[in-house]
Design a protein around this ligand. Structure first.
Ligand code: SIN
Length: 526
């Protein structure tokens, strides 16, 4: 039997901007870092899919102005301290990590200055972009830099199952009286088909989002809420989970999986119209098509339900010259063309889809969770920055700033963290049954429909009650099945997805107040 314990100083789960930034800073401080990802390739992450950009600093911009925009978009529920830290340290970390180390080629104007773009609810143009594939440029740049750091090892095709804790996974029964402590994770190797113990003095969850628990999402297939579920099972508090942000504009086409049409398309002048040609957004908000995302998504939903439209239109062709469109949005242009839509000549049919979890594992301003040795960064964490609705292009920056701060904290606390770990018990086999893919697929379909119809853009007490009832039943069935079946990646993800669906539905049920992207039709709007 091959060795099933793999140790490092720092263990990171996930390879998006947040996890890679923690890894880089930790490795540069001299720590041995292991990263695990369930992707077959390290670049498989939400970051790789991001289009619009990352907040930097614009002309006439200031920290105060950025903080004001973040807090306004957050609908009164953002943590001002998180906004202050982001505004204070964001630009210098963009320069240090992304521009100087990862060598990301953000677009520049002819005079050599950055070509800053605009998105909804920003007071000035302050967003760096790399064409319309900013995330891909960042992800590849970071991975290239990581490959030069000898003390970082990436394990692909390894899916984390659960956080190993002193209380739950060590033999000595009196450990239950100690302060909760993370020792690493159990992870399933998809190639070797066995479970390993990844142990570390500090464990960092950087597992990204949960969009796949909904029927329509901009998120990649891997966004099944794994980190949220692992943290919940380990007893950690999750906060703001009802605030699920919809992106207003994703491509509506029968063959396209909700392809994102970046908000920067509206930032560069595109206007939302009904299929009858009416510019409807001014009716809903003075900023029109550039209103905060929650407002735009609900306005589209309202137009669609009231008038029976299947989609609305995003018209760029009338406002930007064809050559400029191809140059500024090459990926969106090519992708839409593949589906028979020439965006230089015609408007794009769009609908809202789930995009981002504003809540997550509660962390402090150094990315520490309530459990000793356990950190969370990026979308899975909740610093409170996004409040009830995230300002566009702040998620990559949050991953960068708070990913960096996690590594700084690990270094600062090293004297305390470096003591020898207890060794948790080896994995106890789950079961012998081969999971039936038909059942697993059907459970996924059921989950996605429940979340979309009952826990979606417009919520009511009745819908949420029904969602909780149905999800509880599904959760029970799958937990039972999970204990008897052989492990597979699909089964681990399903177990996580259903639990996270339940967490979101319960949070939405408990919160009767409409605020930001949590909209309760049956209660007063905030
Ligand atoms: C977009 O390009 O519209 C996405 C940017 C973001 O979600 O912040």
């Amino acid at each position: 039997m091959a060795e099933d314990i793999i140790s490092s100083d720092v263990l990171i789960i996930g390879t998006g901007i947040a996890g890679l930034t923690t890894a880089i800073k930790a490795a540069e401080e001299g720590f041995k870092v292991n990263i695990i990802t369930k992707g077959a390739r390290p670049e498989e992450s939400n970051t790789d899919n991001a289009q619009g950009g990352i907040v930097y600093k614009g002309e006439g911009d200031s920290k105060e102005l950025l903080i004001k925009d973040i807090l306004e978009a957050g609908a009164g529920a953002s943590n001002p301290e998180a906004a202050r830290i982001l505004a204070e340290y964001g630009p210098q970390l963009v320069e240090e990590i992304l521009i100087n180390k990862a060598k990301v080629k953000f677009n520049r104007r002819k005079d050599g200055k950055f070509d800053l773009t605009e998105e909804g609810a920003h007071s000035v143009r302050r967003i760096l972009h790399a064409d319309d594939i900013t995330g891909r440029a960042i992800e590849r740049g970071l991975l290239n830099y990581v490959s030069q750091l000898k003390n970082i090892t990436i394990f692909t095709k390894h899916i984390a199952i659960d956080i190993l804790t002193l209380q739950h996974h060590c033999k000595n029964p009196i450990f239950v009286y100690k302060k909760p402590e993370a020792l690493g994770v159990y992870a399933y190797s998809m190639e070797e088909k066995r479970v390993k113990r990844f142990l570390a003095k500090a464990t960092v969850l950087a597992t990204g989002g949960l969009g796949q628990i909904f029927l329509h999402t901009t998120n990649p297939d891997g966004a099944t809420g794994d980190g949220f579920a692992m943290a919940y099972r380990a007893g950690l508090p999750l906060i703001n989970m009802e605030y699920i942000q919809f992106h207003p504009t994703t491509l509506y086409h029968k063959d396209a999986k909700r392809f994102l049409i970046s908000e920067s398309v509206r930032g560069e002048g595109a206007v939302l119209k009904t299929p009858d040609g009416e510019e409807f957004m001014k009716k809903y908000h003075p900023l029109g098509s550039l209103a905060p995302r929650d407002v735009v998504s609900r306005a589209i939903h309202e137009e669609m339900t009231e008038k029976g439209y299947k989609y609305v239109l995003l018209d760029l062709a009338s406002y930007m010259d064809a050559e400029k469109i191809k140059e500024r949005f090459p990926n969106i242009y090519k992708t839409c063309l593949k589906y028979g839509i020439d965006i230089t000549k015609e408007p794009i049919p769009v609908v809202p889809a789930v995009h981002f979890a504003c809540g997550g594992i509660k962390v402090n301003m150094w990315s520490e969770t309530d459990m000793k040795r356990l950190f969370a960064v990026g979308e899975v964490a909740c610093t409170g920055l996004h409040g009830a609705n995230r300002l566009a292009s702040t998620s990559l920056l949050e991953g960068l700033v708070f990913g960096y701060r996690a590594a700084v904290r690990i270094k600062d606390k090293w004297e305390e963290l470096k003591k020898e770990l207890e060794i948790p018990v080896a994995w106890i086999d789950t079961g012998e049954f081969e999971p039936d893919p038909a059942l697993v697929n059907q459970d996924w379909i059921t989950l996605k429909h429940i979340m979309w119809n009952y826990v979606g853009l417009v919520r009511t007490q009745k819908r949420l009650r029904r969602a909780i009832y149905d999800l509880r039943h599904l959760w029970w069935e799958v937990e039972e099945f999970y204990r008897k079946a052989k492990l597979t990646k699909q089964l681990i993800e399903l177990r996580n997805g259903i639990l996270v669906g339940l967490i979101v539905a319960r949070a939405a049920f408990r919160n009767r107040e409409s605020r930001g992207c949590h909209y309760r039709k049956d209660t007063q709007q905030w």
